[in-house]
Write a protein that binds this ligand. Structure first.
Ligand code: ADP
Ligand code: MG
Ligand code: MG
Length: 923
């Protein structure tokens, strides 16, 4: 028969720390603490396997389980010197949940099990403390009625009508009627009276008697803990955290110790180091004469554990260090024993019964990004962990958090959130409202921090977004333009914030990068958030990591200057094997990326020179080219455009001196660059000396029903070979000119949106011809690499043919995802939302790389490509390049590098190092 029960207590245990899968985190660590010789009340753990059996068995405990429990209890009774359900010397227990990975507060625990009319007299006699006995009894009734009799029976009371709430209300009314301020004012008589009233109420509300039998209570408690695995809270927490539903929870039945026995007793929680700052200081709170979760429940303000824990709220209160110096000293010893054993910061729960300390729980503690960094570096110096472990200790999300100035969370708590949206760009921002890009630029020029608030943003807002300190939009999803750009810049951004309404008095209609019509607010002077009117110049604070908006100034903190960050990244690079490049299209971003450790540029989008600052003249030339009706006119326009492309390329190539730079040939549909409103078109027509009607007709003729799958990418270069030729000429000239100036440009050019080798041969012929011309003109020879993007499934499938001409591949996972799913990345948001709710897909593939299918295409692409060209260099560009989970996948597929926006570079470096360490450890 399977063993379901593992005992612990008296400095020995059947389990240990590494048995978390079987015993749950709590059970495994209780056993470990016993093995370490720490004072732990004896108990037993019922395995997670038993939970699985319970569910497979239609919610019946496996046969023989209770016999095993009673056998285990005999051991507990022996160790504790008391007997369960005994009239003279009764033992009480707690029934505690505990899953493999901690799910704080999501499942249930019942304390003081075993109190009944049979055992109460014995308790009274033994303790001579009626107040304590009846306090324990009323707590038992409250918890048992709530957890066992209501929740686990699947009863779903109306809001505020749950039994726990009703009993809590009775308690409050009783206190009010007697003018009591605190629970501790209640006398033994009060508590006895309350317990009786509670039982009547339970019968009245739930229709069942509170069980007056210790054995029945035990079985009820165990079942209820199993049931709580599928409680609402637990299920939704698992969904968010990605914890599998079939893991199950263990149950810990443990002898009770009491923090509510009087002023020499207490209940406490602590962290072995400060979880907010990471400082090596013991940090905790305690509550005298209280039980269980009173500390966290906020019923009373808890006392500080020691001097280090004192703050504004509790500095006048006594610490344990002051009141119980000996117990505190014992605790400090335990703290160091635990850290030495677990090599980490621990979150501990303990109780003091009549001056004696008992450990009730320990687990690795959650921490902020700063704290994770500080602790890891400290522990390295203390010899608690080695360098590879330092790398594993900081999660990519924590590192990301470190790279952005953030709102001070303790200050946030003091203010009211006025609206919530999607956390699209990390960090925090405080500034005044700017309702147009113009205004944002104005504010920036005047040195005023500002938040650009828009219905949604389009490419024309790029400069305003750059100028703003934060961005808030009413519409849009996590992959919307605003979100993408903001993340790229590491800019705080909240999108899809539905509570935001912008006055829409005057609007115009434009067409965005992918041909979608958008209504823009031309002039808006107010914004309404949840009914309240705000004007330009009013202040907002944004928490971009949570998506929260405030209308008051919240303090900001900055973690980037931390010298520990640099130390960490040096260690990270010792372990990293995959390269990390960046996506950048101007010298400033390129320099920033180099500072963040980028080893090259994986994606330089040529068309970005037509947006934003100083783009008027080149955009004008580009428009001439697009609007040209004849080849001659187009060639003339291209000739004028070429020097601008060359200069743009030169600037960034110079910064990247000696590091590879991959240029992507023009990719977007051209008609994105021509004006869409009648007003603008009239202006342009006038400037060109042609009629508005002619211009309008020309622009209309370019319109496509589905521009994302239309005339873009390599198709442009095949329909208009002269456009390709111009780009090659500009890039080649930039390269040789820099060589002449003594630089070492490492040029790579890639062709986007390919479907077969023939397209590449076509473009390569142009490249070869232009190269010869340039070499003849300048009188020097040069090298460059010719490659392609793989972003259409077909290209991945014929990668072996494509690799005959392409010297490198860059997987464009945004388009590859779009084409694999057939999801238009700009329109699919609301569909994806429903798909997620209905569990049709597990995650948004634009956020979470779909390794199952898009990943399969990547794998096939690399394999087939390298079957032709064994040393084929493969990289990834696009948002997924900076995604840590995806980075691990790419590493395993043998990708040479990932490329991501400058601010993601350190995160990608960390993710790559972690992937390498995981691989080494798995061997
Ligand atoms: P959670 O998983 O939600 O933290 P626990 O099982 O840890 O729930 O129980 C919550 C609290 O109840 C503990 O922190 C401790 O204070 C109290 N508690 C649990 N078991 C016992 C016990 N055997 N004796 C005294 N207090 C207990
Ligand atoms: Mg809890
Ligand atoms: Mg706990």
């Amino acid at each position: 028969m399977t063993k379901f029960v593992y005992t612990f207590g008296g400095k020995t245990a059947e389990g240990k720390a590494d048995m978390k899968n079987l015993l749950g985190g709590k059970g495994a660590n209780l056993a470990e603490m016993c093995l370490l010789g720490l004072p732990v009340p004896a108990g037993l753990t019922i395995t997670t396997e038993c939970c699985t059996a319970y569910y497979e068995n239609n919610c019946q405990l496996p046969a023989g389980l209770m016999d095993e429990v009673w056998k285990g209890m005999a051991n507990v009774e022996k160790l504790m010197g008391m007997k369960y359900d005994d009239a003279e010397n009764p033992l009480l227990v707690s029934c505690r949940s505990g899953a493999r990975s901690s799910m704080p507060g999501m499942m249930d625990t019942v304390l003081n099990i075993g109190l009944s009319s049979k055992t109460i007299p014995g308790m009274l006699k033994r303790t001579n403390n009626p107040r304590f006995v009846y306090d324990s009894y009323r707590r038992l009734i409250m918890m048992y009625a709530d957890v066992v009799m209501e929740k686990s029976e699947g009863i779903e009371p109306a809001d505020g009508k749950g039994i726990r709430k009703q009993l809590d209300d009775m308690l409050d009314e009783y206190k009010a009627a007697h003018n009591y301020k605190s629970d501790t004012d209640l006398t033994a008589d009060d508590l006895q009276k309350l317990a009786e009233d509670f039982k009547l109420k339970v019968k009245e509300v739930l229709g069942v008697e509170f069980p007056d039998d210790a054995k029945a209570q035990m079985e009820g408690g165990i079942k209820a803990v199993f049931k709580s695995w599928n409680g609402k809270k637990a299920v939704s927490y698992r969904k968010i955290e990605g914890i599998p539903d079939d893991w199950g929870t263990a149950v810990n039945v443990q002898a009770m110790v009491f923090g509510n026995m009087g002023d020499n007793s207490a209940t406490c929680v602590a962290f072995t180091r400060n979880p907010a700052t990471g400082d090596n200081q013991f940090y905790g709170e305690w509550l005298i004469n209280a039980q269980g979760e009173d500390v966290v429940a906020g019923i009373r303000t808890p006392n500080p554990l020691n001097d280090d824990t004192k703050n504004e709220q509790n500095k006048h209160m006594h610490s344990m260090q002051e009141l119980m110096p000996e117990t505190y000293k014992e605790l400090c010893d335990i703290r160091s024993i635990l850290e030495k054993n677990f090599h980490d910061m621990l979150d501990i729960e303990f109780t003091i019964q009549d001056g004696k300390l008992y450990m009730l729980q320990c687990r690795v503690g959650k921490r902020t990004g700063v704290a994770a960094l500080t602790m890891a570096m400290d522990m390295l110096k203390e010899g608690l962990i080695d360098e590879s472990e330092v790398v594993m200790r900081i999660s990519p999300a924590q590192l990301d958090e470190l790279l952005h100035p953030i709102l001070d969370s303790s200050d946030e708590k003091k203010h009211q959130v006025i609206a919530k949206g999607l956390p699209a760009g990390p960090g925090g921002a405080v500034g005044v409202i700017a309702l147009s890009s113009e205004k944002a630029k104005e504010y920036q020029a005047a040195g005023i921090k500002n938040i650009l608030v828009r219905e949604e943003t389009n490419p024309e807002d790029v400069e305003g977004m750059r100028a703003a300190d934060g961005i808030l939009t009413a519409r849009g999803g996590m992959t919307s333009h605003a979100a993408l750009v903001a993340r790229g810049w590491g800019k705080c951004c909240i999108v899809g914030c539905e509570a935001v309404e912008i006055s829409k008095d005057q609007t115009n209609v434009t067409t965005d990068a992918y041909g979608k019509k958008r209504v823009n607010v031309v002039e808006a002077n107010t914004v309404v958030i949840n009914g309240k009117v705000y004007h330009e110049g009013d202040l907002l604070s944004l928490n971009g990591s949570k998506g929260w908006v405030y209308d008051e100034e919240i303090k900001m903190i900055n973690a980037t200057e931390n010298p520990l960050f640099q130390e960490l990244m040096t260690i990270v690079d010792k372990y990293r094997k995959m390269g990390v490049r960046t996506n950048a299209d101007n010298p400033a971003d390129a320099q920033k990326a180099i500072d963040f450790g980028a080893e090259g540029i994986g994606l330089f989008r040529i068309e970005h020179m037509f947006y934003g600052e100083n783009s008027e003249v080149p955009l004008e030339k580009l428009r001439n080219m697009i609007l040209a009706n004849t080849l001659e006119a187009r060639l003339a326009a291209l000739d004028e455009l070429e020097p601008y492309i060359k200069e743009s390329a030169k600037g960034t190539l110079k910064v990247m001196d000696g590091k590879p730079l991959t240029f992507r040939l023009m990719d977007p549909p051209l008609h994105e660059f021509v004006p869409q409103t009648e007003e603008k078109q009239r202006e342009v027509a006038k400037a060109r000396g042609i009629s508005y009607e002619d211009l309008h007709a020309r622009i209309e003729s370019m319109e496509e029903v589905n521009p994302m799958m239309g005339l873009r990418g390599v198709r442009l270069g095949i329909i208009y070979p002269e456009i390709t030729a111009t780009q090659f000429r500009a890039l080649f000239s930039a390269t040789v000119e820099l060589m002449k100036e003594g630089f070492n440009p490492m040029l790579e050019i890639m062709v986007p949106l390919t479907i077969n080798a023939a397209e590449l041969h076509h473009q390569k012929r142009i490249a070869d011809k232009v190269k010869k011309e340039v070499e003849d003109k300048y009188g020097i020879e040069f090298n460059y690499k010719f490659g392609t993007m793989i972003e259409i499934p077909r290209a991945a499938l014929v990668a072996n043919q494509i690799a005959e001409v392409a010297e490198f591949f860059s997987f464009g996972t945004n388009d590859l995802t779009q084409m694999t799913f057939g999801f238009s990345r700009d329109d699919v948001n609301s569909i994806v939302k429903t798909y997620l709710d209905e569990k049709i897909i597990a995650a948004d593939p634009f956020n979470n790389f779909d390794s199952e299918c898009v990943g399969e295409l990547v794998k096939i692409g690399i394999e087939r490509g390298r079957s032709t060209r064994p040393n084929l260099k493969c990289g990834v560009c696009g948002e997924h390049g900076g995604d840590p989970t995806a980075a691990e996948f790419f590493y395993k597929q043998g990708m040479n590098y990932v490329s991501c926006s400058p601010f993601r570079v350190p995160v990608a470096r960390l993710a790559a190092a972690q992937a390498a360490i995981k691989e080494a450890r798995a061997k």
